[in-house]
Design a protein around this ligand. Structure first.
Ligand code: CMP
Length: 143
């Protein structure tokens, strides 16, 4: 089993799409290992998106991610990183294929509803950034 970090960005919370998107992940067979709603501060936003520092869209991205509450979570399942990324679709909502989350709900490069870790290494770094170890819960699924 593999874990990956997801962030329902402020546009997903504002548009009340958190439940609908989370239901897709659960239907696919991923399970929630951690979940919380919070208002992101600038320092955390900049750390999360450190690899984009200096890019033309960086300041706008930090304004966006700190502009309203987010829901951040950890999903667990077989090949969770790749499964979530394929379910998200392309970064730019206008280019994302129909049937993907961004393809179905976003028409924006920035306001693309949801973040998913791009590799197991990123998932480990991002989980440590957003969650205390005890907030990521190990449990058995009955049946
Ligand atoms: P995410 O998958 O969270 O990773 C980086 C984020 O930066 C991306 O989703 C978008 O929200 C944003 N982003 C990437 N490229 C651009 C761009 N060209 N213009 C504006 N925002 C972008």
């Amino acid at each position: 089993m593999q874990k990956t970090l997801i962030i329902f960005k402020p546009d997903a919370v504002q548009r009340r799409l958190v439940g609908e998107i989370l239901a897709r992940f659960e239907s696919k067979g991923l399970r929630v290992a951690a979940l919380k709603l919070l208002q992101v501060g600038r320092a955390l936003g900049e750390k999360h998106y450190a690899e984009h520092a200096g890019k033309p869209f960086f300041e706008g991205l930090i304004d966006f991610i700190t502009g309203g509450p987010v829901v951040v979570g950890v999903l667990e399942g077989n090949e969770a990183v790749a499964v979530v990324r394929s379910m998200l679709g392309a970064t730019n909502g206008t280019a994302a294929a129909p049937g993907t989350i961004r393809g179905d709900f976003s028409s924006s490069k920035q306001n693309n509803l949801i973040h998913g870790s791009d590799s197991p290494e990123s998932a480990a770094r991002e989980m440590a950034l957003w969650f205390k170890p005890e907030e990521v819960v190990e449990y058995a699924i009955a049946g």
